[in-house]
Design a protein around this ligand. Structure first.
Ligand code: DHB
Ligand code: FE
Length: 281
């Protein structure tokens, strides 16, 4: 039986990718943030997962307003790095895991989660920055990845509750995958940020910290937070946090919090990092 052995929540701020790629991590702006990554990196290096499922959102790179899948699974052998306007990030292409992806697709669809299956797509900062946060600068990513893209860009995004239930279904899917893979699931995006319009620059530290507390110990309550609360309290891009609920749902009812860090500022975003492990009865 394959199993989910851990979950990591992290922001996916594009400027963090630039800081890694341009060697700016000792810069006084970035050094205090980078210093907080150590325990999460040590945790995942020690765990040596066989594969990762990365729940992220595409920012109009692989998809556009022509095609807006609510939940999309990446099925390919490899995912090229998207060009977001300044050339692709100089990080390795992301290796896929078609066998796991096809198993997830079958299990999730039969479990009544109607996934869009994507055989070819590039991956943007939503996926690559979390990999850099977790694994640092590498010549090759240490394990294959199944990308799971969630629409949080074009209204209506899925509810937090739907995302939490999808995570629970992912857990069932992984546990029925033949083999003994140990899998880490990433939830990415957030914390509070708004990149546009009158409230651009909005940050709400108190709301973010309460969200993280609730995600750990009261996930059902947090799953019920309506879209309008994310918008009002965490800004228009704060809705990315529903993707952390997919990760949380995949860990089972009770978790152990192994590490948490938050940091301000990173670009216009309150940055979060949370490492969780399932507790087994
Ligand atoms: C920014 C973009 C993002 O997609 C995000 O999640 C946070 C910040 C930015 O452009 O700064
Ligand atoms: Fe984003």
């Amino acid at each position: 039986m394959a199993e989910i052995v851990g979950g990591i929540g992290t922001s996916h701020v594009p400027a963090v990718g630039v800081a890694f790629d341009k060697g700016l991590t000792d810069d006084p702006y970035w050094a205090p943030y980078v210093a907080k990554l150590g325990p999460a990196r040590e945790w995942i290096a020690e765990l040596e997962p066989d594969a990762c499922i990365v729940v992220y959102n595409d920012h109009a790179c692989a998809f556009s307003l022509e095609l807006i899948p609510t939940f999309a699974l990446g099925m390919a052998e490899e995912f090229p790095i998207a060009d977001e306007g300044f050339g692709p990030r100089p990080v390795p292409p992301v290796p896929g895991h078609p066998e796991l992806a096809w198993h997830l697709a079958e299990s999730l669809v039969l479990d009544e989660f109607d996934m869009t299956l994507v055989n070819e797509m590039s991956v943007d900062h939503g996926l690559t920055v979390p990999l850099s946060v977790a694994f640092g600068q590498v010549d090759e990513w240490p394990c294959p990845v199944v990308p799971l893209a969630v629409n949080v860009v074009q209204y209506p995004p899925p509810t937090g509750n739907r995302c939490y239930r999808l995570g629970q279904a992912i857990r069932r899917a992984v546990e029925s995958f033949p083999g003994d893979e140990r899998i880490v699931i990433f939830g990415t995006g957030g914390l509070s940020h708004q990149l546009q319009a009158e409230r651009a620059g909005l940050i709400n530290v108190d709301w973010d910290l309460a969200f993280l507390d609730g995600l750990v110990s009261e996930p059902e309550r947090v799953a019920a937070i309506p879209h309008v609360e994310y918008l009002r309290e965490a800004g228009s891009e704060g809705i990315e946090l529903v993707m952390w609920l997919v990760m949380r749902g995949a860990l089972g009812p009770e978790v152990r919090e192994r590490y948490r860090a938050t940091h301000l500022p990173t670009s216009n975003t309150h940055n979060g990092l949370l490492v969780l492990e399932p507790t087994r009865a």
